[in-house]
Design a protein around this ligand. Structure first.
Ligand SMILES: Nc1nc2c(ncn2[C@@H]2O[C@H](COP(=O)(O)OP(=O)(O)OP(=O)(O)O)[C@@H](O)[C@H]2O)c(=O)[nH]1
Ligand SMILES: [Mg+2]
Length: 350
């Protein structure tokens, strides 16, 4: 029989091996800006990788666990000049490095701000290489501001289908929504950080849900089971600082956001995780019932609870909902609605 210490070491080793491997890959200028914000905050055990054709941005502006300058021969480190074809060729030139970045990963998150050359053209190649490696691929992308004009919006529109082909799900956040809710008193960076936070909450919520063991646990198989029901997936986090009705409030906060409209009334699956220092069993049951009230009894719910004594400012609820209806969420192979692209290029749809 193993001594207690050896036993513990062996268990630790197995627990480490059983952790799912997650990488967050930022593509292009905006994608790597958002990645940098994620990298600078607690993002669980996921590793971050930045990909760009722009050498000086990558070197001076980006913080990540790994950086890949793509298309060194093609662009000589000078960017893709708003041309997604160059972004694509750059990614193909450097595909051996990208393959190494996705190798053996269970989940790949791709973050890109569509409209320019590098993020738009390289993200579908990263997704393809990740899919060939059998990873689950979540892509989270932004669309350009309408004021940036037709060319950028057309880049996004023309290249989203390629990304959709290789992503399990794409979550699309129009920058235009940022402009509508923009606080004029805040700086450009502060306003941009709202989208970055929205993206970050979804990614880190998922990373922690499946890698940090809870009192009632949710694991990777649970995630896969819920995703099998439908690829149209929405992830959200909500917080309540306490008091009566705190579960209702946290759930309503999770479902409320300024960027994308989502109808969850026909959701077919839900992972629901409550995080806090003093969650009661009654609250856990209530939260599950509350979701069923919204979605109907056919929704399969897998719940989890993480007791975190260090959280003293209230409770958090993190949800992964599948089978949701939204123009902004594109499940693998689904058609992309023209409403997504706003008014910028309406005539090309006629
Ligand atoms: N939300 C958000 N959007 C951004 C940010 N930076 C750029 N964008 C948007 O993304 C679009 C594309 O810009 P970049 O990401 O810089 O382009 P790129 O992928 O580096 O492409 P090239 O520079 O042409 O190689 C812009 O038109 C903006 O709409 C950012 O930090 N946050
Ligand atoms: Mg750039």
């Amino acid at each position: 029989m193993l001594a207690l210490k050896e036993n513990t070491e062996e268990l630790n080793r197995i627990a480490d091996l059983a952790k799912i491997r997650i990488r967050i890959i930022g593509c292009g200028g905006g994608g790597t800006n958002i990645l940098t914000q994620i990298n600078q905050k607690d993002h669980g055990e996921a590793k971050t990788v930045a990909i760009n054709t722009d050498a000086s941005h990558l070197l001076k502006k980006v913080s990540a666990d790994g950086k890949i300058l793509i298309g060194k021969n093609l662009t000589r480190g000078m960017g893709a000049g708003n041309n997604p074809e160059i972004g694509k060729l750059a990614a193909l030139e450097s595909q051996d490095y990208i393959k190494k970045a996705v190798f053996g990963q269970d989940v790949i998150f791709i973050v890109a701000t569509l409209g320019g050359g590098t993020g738009t053209g390289s993200a579908p190649i990263v997704a393809k290489l990740a899919k060939e490696n059998r990873s689950l691929v979540f892509s989270i992308v932004t669309l350009p501001f309408e004021s940036e004009g037709k060319e950028k919006m057309n880049n996004a529109k023309d290249w989203l289908p390629a990304l959709s082909e290789y992503s399990d799900v794409i979550i699309v956040i129009p920058n235009q929504k940022l402009e509508e809710s923009m606080d004029k008193a805040k700086t450009y960076e502060e306003n941009f950080s709202l989208t970055a936070n929205f993206i970050m909450d979804q990614i880190t919520g998922l990373v922690k849900t499946i890698n940090d063991p809870g009192r009632i646990n949710i694991d990777y198989q649970d995630l896969k089971k819920i995703l099998l029901r439908s690829r149209s997936t929405f992830m959200a986090i909500g917080k309540s600082s306490g008091g009566e009705g705190r579960i209702d409030y946290a759930i309503s906060q999770a479902l409320k956001n300024s960027f994308i409209n989502v109808d969850i009334s026909k959701a077919s699956g839900c992972l629901l995780r409550l995080i806090g220092s003093d969650i009661e069993l009654g609250e856990y049951n209530y939260a599950m019932k509350k979701i069923i009230d919204i979605t109907g009894v056919d929704c399969e719910i897998i719940g989890g609870v993480e007791i975190r004594p260090d959280i003293t400012d209230g409770i958090y609820v993190f949800m992964v909902l599948t089978g949701v209806k939204s123009d902004y969420i594109i499940g693998n192979g689904e058609t992309i609605g023209k409403e997504l692209f706003g008014n910028v290029d309406a005539e090309s749809f006629v």
